[in-house]
Design a protein. Structure first.
Length: 611
């Protein structure tokens, strides 16, 4: 499986990992017991420990508004890595594992379980006057009502659900765990942001949708306004043609996002939703209304997502747990309580119906929580020849440029050694026919030999650069960058060539298809183009490229001042490239003549200046 796919699972597979779903045979296992207190509005009627497929539940206190429950879970990880070396990570912090158990318990039992005591205390409020619920409890009956008794038989439901959940394939498992976490979190913030919670509950249902579960609507149930327009256009046509067009319209609608959401959700609503599960609920949805109610819920989600429109107060104020309610804009809608019960039902049906997968060895390490990926500074990797070739040469060139700029800006005594990369360039560049990769290789080679001590230059350098000189003469971002950071004379490009180069670079940047370069270099390319065009009297074009330069490096005071003068017709071509690149003015240094890599008399590269 691709690494980026594994990263989508990060922190989401802890229950499956702890259950040993991905371990190799005969590999020793590191085990670490985590024990955490969680707080709940539910009270375990029996204090005996209850074993779950992953974890153990132990009641710790008597009945209170908020009770304490202990969750124990064994963190299990392989002791050896796939390459046979000892595993350095012997356990996770345990928080994600315990939290996932608490999320599943909350979802299945409709009772709140969380390590956050203050949050549970705020949400599990007392009932109001006259027996009416207050606060979060009024939005989600049972979920936040205090002093809820949990019978031993109901814990068996958690065990059965967790067994089926863990048996899913990892993609379906991660999908369900995302829904569980997101919907539980949505209920906990609903009192502060009811429309946001409503949107998240609908989005959770939508995430479980697929085309295989969706079915087209019949023509008489197709959206009325659209149906009238199409019927009017088809009036007088042959019935066979009319039927073909209707079928095509309905099929196109079926694969649409809204129809897929409605149809997939309906496909996972069983008869139990209207029978035993609806017992005791206030105004539960009727089967004939559910399709329309789901369409309305999707519209509410869309209005919140696209135009930040909130649902009316009628949808959540004084509902006292009713699952449907009158709302002026839509007549009748699903409430938060109605959506919450529907999500729980659909998820249980999804888990029951989904294909179960047998345990199989799989490297789960990139899916563990607590792993943060960061990009290394280029000086820590550009010297490595492994992975360097014509396909990665542009990435390496950008790394060399960034490392060199950072080295000069910091006045660091210690640099970086590209000798391994240079040797590889000498071996493989001559066999390449051309292209951006070869240009980047030759540019790295030239830049390196401009900056190192002349005594350390390759004996082959002058001949190599002469034989590949044409790579650096054609207008390109790479050749421009080399000219910025070296003592080499830049080719005499015309104003039109400068304009074409800068426009092409800007266009590829907008499309996101450009070879990487530091932002400062991109800004200087646009700036130099503006200078060249201003010098030949093409002021309007120069102003446009000056604007590009500023927008490639937003907010830089020197760039802003330079742009202002150019726009006003008071152009100053003496922009300090050195200060812009390195954050400081160049130092005056006596010239020291040394033979260049190409056999010419030249000094060690001077402080970069604009041409």
């Amino acid at each position: 499986m691709a690494k980026n796919k594994q990263e989508q699972f990060r922190g989401q597979l802890m229950l499956q990992i702890s259950a040993g779903r991905f371990f190799r045979a005969s590999i020793p296992i590191n085990e670490h017991l985590h024990r955490h207190a969680v707080y709940s509005n539910g009270w375990l009627l029996e204090s005996a420990a209850v074993e779950l497929p992953v974890g153990t539940i132990i009641g710790s206190t008597g009945i209170h508004d908020i009770s304490t429950i202990m969750i124990e879970a064994v963190d299990r990880l392989e002791a050896r890595r796939p390459d046979g070396t000892s595993e350095f990570m012997v356990a996770t912090g345990g928080y994600e594992l315990v939290d996932d158990i608490a999320y599943v318990m909350t979802f299945v039992l409709n009772r709140t379980f969380s390590r956050n005591h203050d949050q549970v205390r705020r949400l599990a409020s007392h009932t109001g006057g006259g027996g009416r619920r207050d606060g979060a409890a009024s939005l989600f009956p049972g979920l936040f009502d205090p002093r809820q008794v949990i019978q031993p038989s109901t814990l068996n439901e958690v065990e059965r659900f967790m067994v089926e959940l863990i048996a899913l394939g990892r993609e379906d498992f991660a999908r369900v765990m995302r829904v569980i976490r997101n919907t539980v979190d949505a209920t906990r913030r609903a009192i502060d942001d009811p429309t946001g919670a409503y949107t998240d509950l609908v989005a959770a249902l939508e995430s479980l949708g697929d085309e295989h579960s969706s079915t087209p609507a019949s023509w008489d149930r197709y959206e009325g306004r659209k149906r009238k327009i199409i019927d009017a256009a088809l009036k007088g046509q042959e019935e066979s043609l009319v039927e073909k067009i209707r079928v095509a319209v309905l099929e196109a609608d079926r694969v649409g996002l809204k129809r897929r959401f409605v149809s997939s959700t309906l496909a996972r609503v069983s008869s139990a939703y209207y029978r035993g599960e609806a017992a005791g609920e206030v105004r539960p949805p009727r089967s004939a209304d559910l399709e329309r109610l789901l369409g309305v819920a999707y519209d509410i989600r869309s209005k919140r997502s696209h135009v930040l429109e909130d649902i009316g107060d009628e949808a959540w104020v004084f509902t006292d747990g009713a699952e449907t309610v009158f709302e002026p804009n839509f007549s009748r809608i699903l409430t938060l309580a109605g959506l919450w019960r529907l999500v729980r039902h659909v998820v249980r049906q999804f888990v029951a119906d989904a294909r179960k997968a047998a345990p199989e060895p799989w490297d789960y390490r990139n899916s563990l929580p607590g792993i943060i990926r960061a990009q290394l500074a280029p000086q820590y990797w550009v010297w490595q020849a492994d992975g360097f070739d014509s396909k990665t040469a542009e990435i390496w060139f950008n790394g060399v440029v960034e490392a060199l700029i950072a080295h000069i800006a910091s006045d660091a005594a210690e640099g970086f050694d590209l000798s391994q990369v240079i040797d590889k360039i000498e071996r493989i560049a001559p066999s390449l026919s051309g292209g951006d990769g070869k240009t980047a290789m030759v540019a790295i080679y030239a830049l390196w030999h401009e900056w190192i001590d002349p005594k350390e230059r390759s004996s082959y350098a002058a001949a190599f650069l002469r034989s590949h000189q044409e790579c650096l003469e054609a207008p390109s971002p790479t050749a421009f960058t080399l000219g910025l950071l070296s003592n080499r004379r830049r080719p005499d490009w015309s104003a039109d060539e400068w304009a074409e180069l800068a426009m092409t670079r800007r266009s590829t940047r907008i499309k996101g298809k450009e070879a990487p370069l530091p932002a400062a270099v991109d800004a200087l390319l646009q700036l130099e183009t503006a200078d060249q065009l201003e010098a030949v009297g093409r002021h309007a074009e120069a102003v446009s490229f000056a604007s590009n330069a500023v927008e490639e490096f937003p907010g830089h005071e020197d760039l802003l001042a330079w742009e202002k003068r150019l726009t006003a017709g008071d152009h100053d071509p003496a922009f300090s490239v050195h200060k812009f690149l390195f954050g400081k003015e160049p130092r005056e240094m006596p010239a020291k003549e040394e033979p260049s890599a190409e056999g010419e008399e030249a000094s060690t590269p001077p402080e970069p200046q604009q041409e």
